[in-house]
Ligand binder design. Structure first.
Ligand SMILES: *Cc1c(COP(=O)(O)O)cnc(C)c1O
Length: 425
C-alpha cells in the first residue's frame, strides 16, 4: 500500500541515516543538485561544501570529465560479473594504481567499499600465514583508529570510542598499542614507539599483521601524528617479518598534501587500501593492493586461491570514473590547490587557539581540524552554519574541514570565516 506522507516526513519516519536513531534522528536536508563546491538544497539555499562528502568528492560535484567518463561507460556496459570476465576499464585502473604506488605493490583486488577493502587486506594477511603453515590470528594496531564498520574492520577500530563497546562480545580480540603522542611537526620522541615495540615483540609469533592509518587518524579522533612513528612501525614490522597494512582510504589521492600519506615517512606497506576519493567520490569502489610475495604465497597454498569475491567487484562504471579521477590527479593541479588550502587554514585557524573554547588546532594539506573543549551540539552548529551558507558535519568535540580541492578562494574564505564565527569572532 502506498503510504500517504510528504517526502520529507517519509525520510524522517522510515529511513535510517548513518549512526542515527529512527525515533530521534539528526536533521537531514533535502539536496537537489550540486556543482563545483556548491550544494543546492530544495528550499533554495546554496551551501559551500566543507566536507567533500566525507573525503570523497575531491574534484567537487558535477565535474565535466568525471561525468563524461560515466556517461561513456554506461552506453557500453554498466555491470558485468568479474568472475569469468575482464574489461578494459578494470585493466586500465589496476595498471594506473600499480603505476601510482611503489614498485613493490603489484597485485590489485577491486572491492566495492572501503570497509570491504579492509576485510580483504585482513583476510590476505591471515591466508598468507596459513599458507606458510603458521596459525596467526592476532592483529596489532593503535588506539584511536578507524577502519570501517564491518566486523573485521570494527575489530581494529579504537576499542573504547568506537562501536567496539556494543559489539565487544562478537568481535575477535586484537592488540592495541598506545597511539603516538608526538604531533606531526614536533621533534620525535623515541618513547612514543615503546608501547608498539613492546607489544610487537611480546606477541610477534601470534601477530599476522599490523594495520594503521598513515599520518592522520580520521574518524577515530582526527589526530595528525609524527611520520617518524610510521617509519619506526615499518622498520619493526620488517624486523619481525610481520605484514604492514596501510589504510589510505581517507588520506589517498592528495588530501594530506602528498599523493599518499605514507610518502611523509618514506615507507612502503605490504598491503595498501584505497577507497573514498578513488572515484573522485562519484561511486563506491575500493582497491586492496599487495606484493608479489603475498599474492604468490596465498596462491601456492592448499586452497590455491584468495577467498573473496563481491558481486560488484570491478564494476565497469566505477572503474571508468576512477580512471578519470586518476587522469585529473596525474595533471598535478591538485598540489598547488591543496597547498593553498593548507596555507589558508594555517593563517586563519591557528590564531583561534587563543579561544578558551578551543583545545587544539591541527592542519595538514586540505584538512583543518578544530578540537573544542566541550562536546558540540551538532544540530545547533549545523543550523548556525547553514544560515551562513556553509556545510560541515562536526562530531563529538571535532569541527573539521576537508573541502574539495577545487574550492574557489572566495568560497574557502566564506567557509573559514563562518566556522571562525562559531567562536564569536
Ligand atoms: C571511510 C573509511 C573506511 C571505510 O570505508 P567505507 O567506504 O565507509 O566502508 C575505512 N578506513 C578509513 C580510514 C576511512 O576513512
Amino acid at each position: 500500500m502506498y503510504i500517504k506522507i510528504t517526502k520529507t516526513k517519509f525520510d524522517k519516519k522510515y529511513i535510517w541515516h548513518p549512526y542515527t536513531s529512527i525515533i530521534k534522528p539528526l536533521k537531514c536536508y533535502n539536496i537537489l543538485n550540486a556543482k563545483g563546491s556548491i550544494l543546492k538544497l530544495s528550499n533554495g539555499i546554496n551551501l559551500i561544501d566543507g566536507m567533500s562528502s566525507w573525503w570523497s568528492c575531491i574534484h567537487g560535484y558535477n565535474n565535466v570529465l568525471l561525468n563524461k567518463a560515466i556517461n561513456k561507460q554506461i552506453k557500453r556496459i554498466s555491470h558485468i560479473m568479474f568472475g569469468g570476465f575482464k574489461h578494459i576499464e578494470a585493466i586500465k585502473l589496476c595498471n594506473n594504481l600499480i603505476n601510482l604506488t611503489p614498485k613493490k605493490l603489484q597485485y590489485v583486488f577491486l572491492a566495492d567499499s572501503g570497509s570491504v577493502s579492509i576485510e580483504v587486506a585482513l583476510k590476505m594477511s591471515l591466508q598468507y600465514w596459513q599458507a606458510k603453515g603458521e596459525f596467526r590470528e592476532k592483529i596489532l594496531t593503535i588506539k584511536n583508529g578507524y577502519h570501517g564498520d564491518t566486523f573485521g574492520a570494527m575489530s581494529v577500530c579504537d576499542p573504547i570510542n568506537s562501536m567496539h563497546n556494543i559489539y565487544r562480545k562478537y568481535l575477535p580480540q586484537h592488540i592495541f598499542a598506545e597511539p603516538p603522542k608526538c604531533k606531526f611537526n614536533e621533534i620525535w620522541n623515541e618513547n612514543d614507539i615503546n608501547s608498539f615495540k613492546f607489544l610487537l615483540k611480546k606477541y610477534s609469533k601470534k601477530i599476522a599483521c599490523v594495520i594503521l592509518e598513515p599520518i592522520i587518524q580520521g574518524a577515530g579522533g582526527m589526530k595528525i601524528y609524527n611520520p617518524m612513528y610510521l617509519k619506526k612501525v615499518s622498520l619493526l614490522c620488517k624486523k619481525y617479518k610481520i605484514l604492514l597494512i596501510l589504510d589510505e582510504i581517507a588520506t589517498g589521492f592528495g588530501r594530506t598534501g602528498k599523493l599518499f600519506a605514507y610518502e611523509y615517512a618514506g615507507i612502503v606497506p605490504d598491503i595498501l587500501c584505497l577507497g573514498k576519493s578513488l572515484t573522485g567520490g562519484y561511486m563506491t569502489l575500493a582497491a586492496t593492493i599487495t606484493t608479489k610475495k603475498i599474492a604468490y604465497t596465498i596462491s601456492n597454498s592448499k586452497s590455491g586461491c584468495f577467498m573473496h569475491g563481491p558481486t560488484f567487484m570491478g564494476n565497469p562504471v566505477a572503474c571508468s570514473v576512477a580512471n578519470a579521477n586518476i587522469k585529473i590527479i596525474n595533471k598535478k593541479k591538485w598540489i598547488k590547490k591543496v597547498q593553498y588550502i593548507e596555507n589558508y587554514f594555517k593563517k586563519k585557524l591557528i590564531p583561534l587557539i587563543k579561544s578558551n573554547k578551543i583545545l587544539d588546532i591541527r592542519i595538514l594539506g586540505a584538512i583543518g581540524i578544530i578540537e573544542t573543549i566541550n562536546f558540540i551540539d551538532i544540530n545547533k552548529i549545523q543550523n548556525f552554519l547553514i544560515n551562513k551558507g556553509v556545510w560541515i558535519r562536526p562530531f563529538k568535540k571535532l569541527i573539521y574541514l576537508t573541502p574539495p580541492y577545487i574550492i574557489k578562494k572566495r568560497e574557502l574564505s566564506i567557509l573559514i570565516n563562518s566556522v571562525i564565527s562559531i567562536f564569536g569572532n
